[in-house]
Design a protein around this ligand. Sequence first.
Ligand code: ADP
Ligand code: ZN
Ligand code: ZN
Length: 737
Amino acid sequence: MPILRLALPCPLRRLFDYLPPAGVDVARLRPGQRLQVPFGRRQSLGLLVEIAARSALPAHQLRAASAVLDAQPVLDEALLKLVLWAADYYQHPVGDALFHALPVLMRQGPLRVAEAVHWRLTERGMGLPAGALQRAPRQAQALAALQAADSVSLEALVAQDIAPAILKALADKGLAERFHAAAPAVSAAPAAPRKLQAELVLNAEQAGALAAVNAALGRYACLLLEGVTGSGKTEVYLQAIAEVLRRGQRALVLVPEIGLTPQTLARFRARLGCEVAVLHSGLSDRERLAAWQCAADGEAGVVIGTRSAVFTPLAGLGLVIVDEEHDASYKAQDGFRYSARDLAIKRAADAGCPVLLGTATPSLESLNNALGGRYQHLRLRERAGGALAPRMRVLDIRGQVDQAGLSDGLLAAMAATLGRGEQVLAFINRRGFSPALQCSDCGWLAECAHCDARLTVHAAARRLRCHHCGHQQALPGACPTCASPALDFRGPGTERCEQVLAAHFPRVPVLRIDRDSTQRKGSLERYLAQIQRGEPCILVGTQMLAKGHHFPAVTLVAVLDADGGLFSADYRATERMGQTLMQVAGRAGRAERPGEVIVQSRSPDHPLLEVLLADGYNAFARVLLGERRQLGLPPFCHLALLRAEARSLSEAEDFLVTLREQATADGAALEAAGVRLTGPLPAPMARRAGRYRAQLALQSRSRGRLNQVLGALCALAERAPTRRDLRWAVDVDPVEW
Ligand code: ADP
Ligand code: ZN
Ligand code: ZN
């Protein structure tokens, strides 16, 4: 009897063996199909991974699966392979990884799946000649209906007056079987416009990049397209995709979480004469399923989406594009902690097609790969369409910023810009009024009761909020420790900056754009429309403003504080600061008017800041790479964390200490494997939402060894007796250490 090896959505790093459901012909089963199976005392979904000849379990312990849910695999062969690879690479429970790759509605139990009941013939039923079962005319009628198609929905059968009882009679004879099929797609995507926008004439650098991509079509290659903001990377993507479509293939485009603006989407739809399926976190589960099926059914020529879109089925994949490849949102921060960029590269390699990583500010990993010749390095150094690069300068603000973080020099520059009828963008990566509230008499600081973090003041709402766990409380009128009314706001957030600027420039609209001000649906679009009108105004905003948008009338970009990234304990902070700064700077002067970027700093002579502003991101990134090489940090080693979280720090640490001791019982083996263990140490923010977090770090120059040792640790952790409220997880290639 063949054995079905299934992955179940559970935290165990293994497959489960089942017998086929009664009456189901194993020859018709394919890996990637979902089944319903008994699991303990309940029913669970399972995904068929392979069909094996025998099981390690004795026969009497094997249970039979209950039903087959899909007529076709929901994960095709390529995706199944990709996710299995990822589960191993990230040492994540295989069932959880596989179900994560499916749209939410497909992960839920069969009863909640938006599904239809279908019927089809079994092998035996198909063996019957037309006109069989003459002695049971109603069964003969049902048989004829099933013979007419691969499968027929119950609804359609009932409409032909075929009662469920008749179908049941056929099933009892082993002639027909019922199964569940997901509801057919309702195409969410509007049809492509009939008249397509014309392609732009590429400049020489763009043409070179396009030629390189086109030359790579039909085989695997990884190309890093490093092009300054406004250099026309998107135009290169569009023309490369057009070529892929002409060859009858399809393209997958990944964009960061906040980079998928309506503008970007409109541009793709206006240019490509095919269905564009869009997948992002703003969709309802139904819309997501529909877009997913539109891609799976081959209707969409292009799939464009955020992180999890890397798991969209797409036959005939001819090109993968990862826009803003450096963006941290590609790495999942909880659950299945995969990097969509890295999986996109793997997917392209499996499919034998090129992958194009585009960015103005490459991640150090990608840059290192390009410099080492593993990636083809394409560069666009000039802005397209004649726009000039912005001038960048640092403004020394030692001892001269007000409470909103604005220096006189900056205010004067803003006044001049507004006086010319142009727009100003002030970037400050902190929402709220002020990041801290402190008593000036006793020094009390408002801190979150559940996290190692300060509470942020939200003045308009008169609340204190924790940006890490969501806790909030009323803004106190006096110090809770000494009752002094002298409470001070320490430092600025967007709200405060907005207020001060509005007072300073009473005749100019000040638009604050952050997660708080754009919560209501459509508000961001309204702000963007106002900015597009081009009248003088000041935009105050966070990261949300830094990406994807095109603000032709903005000619001054002010970065209120660049110092946080220069003096952080997190080794990636400097890299991120450089990237964010260049992205924001890229908003300046995207049209015919030249732009200026002013960066306020209390350490204007910092060598890294000087290199960044004077020589640009690439030079800055090379200096950082040199530092990383010296310190043996990624990308010059591979890093993984084993994280544990519990109700007390000691519980979390003890768990990791035990694992470490068990793993290093044979210390020589570990050393021979070339894997260094550090910790356990408290995580950067040890207490968060009332839970304490500790982590054990693994470093190695060998990816394979790291994976091996990590696998061994996971096996130990799975067997370790743990308190019920202890949770542990693995983070391979973490972005936060
Ligand atoms: P990026 O993606 O690198 O930031 P975009 O592709 O958005 O750059 O291009 C920036 C601007 O330059 C857009 O307004 C685009 O229409 C324009 N542009 C791009 N390529 C060309 C070209 N070859 N000729 C004229 N304008 C161009
Ligand atoms: Zn006090
Ligand atoms: Zn909190």
